[in-house]
Design a protein around this ligand. Structure first.
Ligand SMILES: Cc1cc2nc3c(=O)[nH]c(=O)nc-3n(C[C@H](O)[C@H](O)[C@H](O)COP(=O)(O)OP(=O)(O)OC[C@H]3O[C@@H](n4cnc5c(N)ncnc54)[C@H](O)[C@@H]3O)c2cc1C
Length: 407
């Protein structure tokens, strides 16, 4: 049986960063990363942006080249799925029956794309966007595709719609709620993106529910609850993820919709950490509520905390959340978590395609969404970190730089 001082499950953003951080901290023990995808760790955000658009080749997505891992003695066990954990014996088992022993285990398994529960969800031509393989399959079909229906008006669905429109496809986007981005942003941002997508030719439909996907072998259309059918050669489902946590939950780790971790990213099981999309943690920027944050920032910063703790340093996860999304020529930068806001300020004019939405809770700034407004994003960060309480008029006043409110 192979034995390593640290075994990392998941060769994604968090897993890669945990190994990088351990070596940067001078950790000299043995490290292995076990990942079920065949590829070295790569950046996931371009999958719905430059990579889908054909603007970036896969090699440019790699987080580090193969030589980096070799030179630092990080063993890559790829194409292997971990299916069981024995926390007492400090062992994991893969689907191909390999047992691997660990001193510390870092669970960085992310999540799988949530699939539709309705009939036809597994027809050819129905795609999700989580892995390189997902997007490669989609791209292989694209030349044969004219009409695409995107289900889900979250960031991934919107980004895919933007790329496919640019590629000349006829795109319909269906959102069950009455606005896009309803789960993550305030109404001004939702309405702005709705206008943009429509202006770029997306047939955006709000408040619609899908009944089933139609087709014999391959998808031919999407039937809505109201009985109408939208013809489609391809369907892209962007309705969130299911955190990959089963092997840990099966052996009693506390959690459910994610693995519960403390401020050092330790799970309730001895010597097992969890980080990234699958880690349910009390986030100071969510008022201490337990949340899973699906972002590169969160995966990276939690990886650093787990690595420091394993290497014997003091560490605590309290990083300010940030995120970005690229659609058309629009760069959205977000800082903070807006969930639970009770007031919203619009700073700037969406018609000029450069503005910020500022969220407050009980008078304190909790988040900013900045569209083509990097200066606000950079200067507004302090407002969130220090939970400052400028007046709404001050925040609204574009002539007043946000840094003036943080002095
Ligand atoms: C299309 C797309 C666009 C995105 N855009 C942005 C963006 O613009 N900005 C941003 O901040 N974030 C973005 N994200 C989110 C970001 O990519 C994730 O938050 C980040 O990848 C989380 O890192 P992670 O290490 O937790 O999980 P992942 O990067 O998903 O890595 C987990 C890895 O573990 C593997 N795995 C799962 N189960 C097992 C198992 N049992 N055994 C072995 N391996 C396993 C998975 O296959 C995967 O390779 C995007 C995500 C997607 C899919």
């Amino acid at each position: 049986m192979n034995q390593y001082d640290v075994v990392i499950v998941g060769a994604g953003h968090g897993g890669a960063q945990a190994a990088i951080a351990l070596r940067q901290l001078g950790f000299e023990g043995s490290i292995a990363i076990v990942g079920d995808e065949p590829d070295l760790p790569y950046e996931r955000p371009p999958l719905s942006k430059d990579y889908l658009a054909g603007d970036k080749v896969f090699d440019r997505l790699l987080i580090r080249p193969e030589s980096f891992w070799r030179e630092r003695g990080v063993e890559m066990l790829l194409g292997r799925r971990v299916v069981a954990i024995d926390p007492e014996a400090h062992e994991i088992a893969t689907a191909d029956n390999i047992s691997i022993g660990y001193g510390h285990l870092i669970w960085a398994a992310g999540g799988t794309a949530r699939r539709l529960g309705c009939a036809g969800n597994d027809l050819r031509g129905v795609h999700t966007v989580r892995t390189r393989a997902d997007v490669d399959r989609m791209m292989d079909e694209l030349t044969q595709v004219e009409r695409v229906v995107v289900i889900g008006g979250g960031y991934i669905g919107l980004e895919a719609a933007a790329v496919l429109t640019r590629l000349g496809k006829s795109v319909t986007l269906l959102e069950a709620q009455d606005r896009v981005l309803a789960r993550v942003a305030g109404e001004p941002l939702s309405r702005f993106y709705e206008v943009e997508h429509r202006a770029h030719g997306v047939d955006l439909r709000l408040g619609v529910a899908v009944d089933c996907i139609e087709g014999d072998d391959r998808v031919t259309g999407v039937r809505l609850i109201n009985g109408s059918v939208l013809a489609a050669d391809m369907v892209i489902v962007g309705i969130g993820i299911v955190p990959a946590v089963e092997p840990l939950i099966a052996v009693g780790a506390i959690g459910g919709n994610g693995i519960a971790v403390d401020a050092q990213c330790r799970t309730s099981l001895p010597d097992i950490f969890a980080i990234g999309d699958c880690a349910l943690h009390a986030n100071a920027f969510a008022g201490g509520m337990s949340v899973r944050v699906e972002s590169v920032q969160n995966a990276h910063d939690q990886a650093a905390v787990a690595a420091k703790t394993i290497a014997g340093h003091d560490a605590k996860y309290d990083a300010v959340p940030w995120f970005w999304s690229n659609q058309y020529d629009l760069k959205l930068q977000t800082v903070g978590l807006s969930a639970g806001y009770d007031a919203v300020v619009l700073r700037g004019n969406p018609a000029r395609r450069s503005f910020s939405v500022i969220y407050l809770k009980q008078g304190r700034v909790i988040a900013l969404d900045c569209v083509n407004a990097t200066r606000d994003y950079v200067q507004g960060r302090r407002l969130v970190v220090d939970a400052l309480s400028p007046s709404l008029d001050q925040l609204r006043d574009e002539n007043l730089p946000l840094k003036a409110l943080t002095a």
